[in-house]
Design a binder for this molecule. Structure first.
Ligand code: 4AD
Ligand code: MG
Length: 465
């Protein structure tokens, strides 16, 4: 029977079972004893299977001894106890069929050696063949499955919110325009402005920066909902933490306040980390060996410790009293920078921190104004070593205050008419948050650059592949 490498190595099949495995050669080593060891990976698990190819195979001299890294093969034989450590079985081959050769082995970019991450970004279409990107890909998959499981088990419904939109959910003006207009011949109004009424949707449209406003509508009927999809931001920040296209998980909970929101965020992150430790032991062991020594203990510590909760105001005074020299100023009313966020988690408590109640003028228009009139019920969850990983808030459910906030941010209420409706028809307190999915992957895998947490990173000047 054809089995995956994962199945062949699982120990579930008994010794002597005849199987075929299909995959790609990682390495080949010829022994003096006149046989070859060919490691074959199919990506189903971290480890390749060792295939022992005896010299009496019909194609041994003509093909097996010409196999190089990247060749596709089907190997058939029996599972025998492995001499090597760590794996129960190897495959004693009776046949090795070559399905696809590597044209030019010397110039094949993915040689069996360590490559720099910068180099691998230039061959993003081939990097899934490396150990690291195989591991990151399986961990990312495990995390996405766990996202859906967590919400399903807790009574949330998954809502698919649109990617093309007319509204700027964050009001930050970082949207990519979607248009079918002929750039060389743009239709103009009498005033000389671009006439978007002649565009595909009859309106100016953009790629969404967040599904939140749309998911709020469903929260105010189905009570507990979430959206999980791609979001887009034309932020011109060429950093190791920003992507122009990233995935976001956004739950929204009716009748919830900020404290409950923070509790859900904490339970959610812990659930995800547990899933990775339980399901991806092989990949995490590799991460701990090659990428970040304490990768596993760090996640375990994150699961075991309660998150710290502090007010923004308190955070500012802690930073001011720290005696640490920061590049950016720390002052009540200014937003926290990554260096501040990292200090709060690493130096101060060494564990995740939820910072709450930020000054109203540095946060989005939809956040609920606190009774002090100066702060909003916003929270950021900061992870050690990375900074903001989640941003969330209780939403402004009072129409009069929402209108004032929109005016203050210069937003046109006509654009948000449907959003205002929620505050007119059965309004209730509600809250939610957004988890940057790639920041989560960066954290779990100990990566230094967010461009390695997604298959095809999109960043300023970078949309290849
Ligand atoms: O803090 P943000 O902007 O919050 C929102 O979009 C809200 N609508 C979420 C909500 O309440 N439903 O973004 C949420 C998270 C950030 O904490 C960060 O992890 C991630 O999204 N994020 C990015 N990740 C990668 N690249 C970027 N350019 C990102 N911008 C935000
Ligand atoms: Mg934020």
């Amino acid at each position: 029977a054809v089995v995956s490498v994962s199945e062949a190595l699982s120990g579930r099949l008994s010794e002597g079972t005849e199987v075929s495995v299909r995959g790609w050669v990682r390495t080949r080593r010829d022994s003096k004893a006149g046989l070859s060891f060919v490691n074959i990976s199919d990506g189903s698990c971290f480890h390749p299977i060792q295939v022992v190819a005896p010299a009496d195979l019909g194609n041994y001299e003509t093909e097996v001894k010409r196999l190089t890294s990247g060749c596709a093969v089907v190997a058939t034989g029996t599972l025998t106890p492995s001499q090597g450590q760590g794996q129960a079985f190897e495959l004693q081959a009776t046949e090795i069929e070559v399905v696809g050769w590597v044209d030019d082995p010397e110039t094949y970019p993915i040689q069996p050696k360590a490559h720099s991450l910068e180099f691998l970004r230039e061959v993003a279409h081939l990097r899934p063949r490396t150990n690291l990107f195989g591991a990151v890909t399986r961990i990312r998959h495990c995390l996405s499955q766990a996202v859906h499981r967590f919400f399903h088990e807790n009574g949330y419904y998954w809502i698919s919110t649109p990617i093309i939109t007319t509204s700027d959910a964050e009001g930050a003006g970082q949207m990519f325009r979607v248009s079918t207009l002929d750039m060389a011949n743009l239709p103009r109004t009498d005033k000389g402005e671009v006439d978007f009424s002649r565009d595909f949707f009859g309106k100016e449209t953009f790629l969404t920066v967040s599904g939140q406003l749309n998911v709020e509508a469903y929260c105010l009927s189905l009570s507990k909902v979430y959206t999980f999809g791609p979001t887009f931001r034309a932020e011109n920040s060429n950093t190791t933490r920003h992507l122009a296209e990233f995935w976001m998980v956004e739950p929204e909970i009716a009748f919830a306040d900020l404290a409950e929101d923070a509790n859900v965020a904490e339970a959610f992150l812990k659930y995800l980390f547990k899933a990775v430790l339980e399901e991806r032991g092989d990949d995490m062991a590799f991460i701990a060996e090659r990428v970040q020594k304490d990768a596993i203990t760090r996640l375990q510590a994150f699961i075991d410790a309660p998150f710290e909760r502090i007010d923004y105001t308190e955070a500012v005074s802690l930073l001011q009293k720290s005696g640490h020299k920061f590049d950016f100023p720390v002052e009540w009313g200014l937003d926290l920078q990554t260096e501040h966020e990292r200090w709060l988690t690493e130096q101060h408590v060494g564990r995740p921190v939820v910072v709450m109640n930020y000054p109203e003028h540095i946060k989005a228009f939809y956040m609920r104004l606190n009774d002090d009139g100066r702060t909003v019920a916003a929270m950021d969850v900061l992870a050690p070593g990375i900074g903001e990983i989640i941003g969330g808030s209780q939403r402004e459910e009072r129409l009069d205050i929402l209108d004032k906030r929109m005016a203050q941010f210069g937003l046109d209420p006509a654009h948000y008419g449907w959003y205002r409706d929620f505050r007119r028809y059965g309004t209730v307190p509600h809250a939610g948050f957004g988890l940057g999915f790639e920041r989560l992957v960066v954290y779990v895998c100990g990566l230094a650059n967010i461009r390695d947490a997604i298959a095809y990173p999109r960043a300023p000047g970078n949309a290849e592949f």
